[in-house]
Design a binder for this molecule. Structure first.
Ligand SMILES: Nc1ncnc2c1ncn2[C@@H]1O[C@H](COP(=O)(O)OP(=O)(O)OP(=O)(O)O)[C@@H](O)[C@H]1O
Ligand SMILES: O=P(O)(O)OC[C@H]1O[C@](O)(CO)[C@@H](O)[C@@H]1O
Ligand SMILES: [Mg+2]
Length: 340
């Protein structure tokens, strides 16, 4: 049996570990063969294929990014299910493993509904996919953000400054919540919780009054209670999504003017998505890659692998689509006890 693998959407540490585990397991246990599609759905509709055997995947689980490349191409704008079926047939490929976020899986669902055999593997550093407890890449992003905040604290402490660390999180605040808790931030600002500038300044002043240099973790998608949309000053990306980033720089002068505490902001940006995955993410990604082969063997088309507690399960694509896994009020309230 010959399987095609693609990675689609934003990259994420651990993608290569999924690819390696799927290829090794499929070859070792089931005599499968693999090819890679370059650059997500673009490679599928263009028939842009690369070999994927042991030599291509050995040693890659510690490597960031994706050896296959990625894109945000919509397969339905390049011929849709008919074209995908044609490319698969021309290359003797029976099934696909699609590794991606909710957009990639939405495309995969439509293709599966049209008869293409696809299993999915969820990825995103944002950890915002429903139906799985964790996505790989999240732990790495949290670790990078935590390291950065630890560093911001020592320089902030030395100068008595308020330091703002802006992390990714377009719609949800999981990275900000976890890294902010880990680093002991005095305020954590997330997209799910609009907050007033007065409240943020109160937290900063309370930390300062106890002799601490305030540390504020903010997700790029955070909105003040006076804002309708997330801060975006760099237009739209090629797919019409606002380019986020810069809310920390917007907040810093406001906080400084209102509190008199010198305030500096650092935006971590894509540093959070690059480089070596943590051991946790490598293990999760490896288990997902192995489970994707189980899905194929069982003919679980239209399902993605997911983590429930410590178990890997197989859930329908639709369970992961349509609604994001947001930070629940209880998790925010728990963290907020220690703000200020
Ligand atoms: N409902 C859909 N039907 C067909 N194609 C879709 C659909 N939704 C998204 N896509 C295509 O899938 C691509 C990948 O989706 P998206 O850019 O959201 O990345 P993702 O896989 O969700 O990863 P992330 O958003 O975490 O980077 C989109 O750019 C779009 O071309
Ligand atoms: O790399 P790009 O395409 O600018 O996408 C950035 C977005 O991707 C994510 O990292 C993952 O969805 C978001 O947190 C962020 O807003
Ligand atoms: Mg998406």
């Amino acid at each position: 049996m010959s399987i095609g693998i693609l990675t689609s959407g934003g990259d994420c540490p651990g993608l290569n570990a999924v690819i390696r585990a799927a290829v090794f397991t499929g070859i070792k246990l089931h005599d499968m063969e693999f090819v890679g599609f370059r650059n997500g759905w673009k490679g599928v509709v263009d028939g842009d294929i690369m070999p994927l055997a042991r030599p291509q995947v050995m040693g890659i689980s510690k490597q960031g990014g994706t050896i296959l490349g990625t894109s945000r191409t919509n397969p339905f704008e390049g011929g849709g299910a008919e074209r995908v079926a044609e490319v698969m047939e021309q290359n003797g490929i029976e099934a696909l493993i699609a590794i991606g976020g909710e957009g990639t899986l939405a495309a995969a669902k439509r293709l599966t509904d049209a008869g293409i055999k696809i299993v999915g593997v969820p990825k995103t550093i944002d950890n915002d996919l429903s139906a799985t407890d964790y996505t790989f890449g999240f732990d790495t992003a949290v670790q990078i953000a935590t390291d950065a905040m630890d560093r911001l604290r020592t320089t902030g402490d030395s100068h008595g400054r308020c330091m703002i660390a802006e992390v990714m999180g377009r719609h949800v605040g999981w990275i900000a919540l976890h890294s902010g808790m880990a680093a002991g931030a005095h305020a954590i600002l997330i997209p799910e919780q609009k907050t007033s500038i007065e409240q943020i300044c109160e937290w900063a002043e309370s930390a300062r009054d106890r002799g601490r240099a305030p540390l504020i973790a903010v997700a790029e998608g955070f909105k003040l209670d006076t804002m309708d949309d997330a801060h975006s000053e760099r237009g739209l990306d090629a797919f019409g999504r606002p380019r986020l980033g810069g809310i920390g720089d917007q907040l810093a002068p406001e906080i400084e003017a209102r509190t008199g505490i010198e305030t500096r902001s650092t935006t971590l940006g894509h540093i959070q998505r690059g480089g070596t995955p943590t051991a946790y993410d490598r293990v999760l990604a490896t288990r997902y890659g192995m489970a994707a082969i189980d899905s194929i063997r069982a003919g679980h088309w239209g399902r993605m692998v997911a983590l429930r507690g410590t178990q890997i399960v197989h859930v329908p694509f639709e369970d992961a689509l349509g609604r994001l896994k947001v930070v629940p009020q209880s998790r925010y309230d728990e963290a907020a006890v220690l703000f200020g």
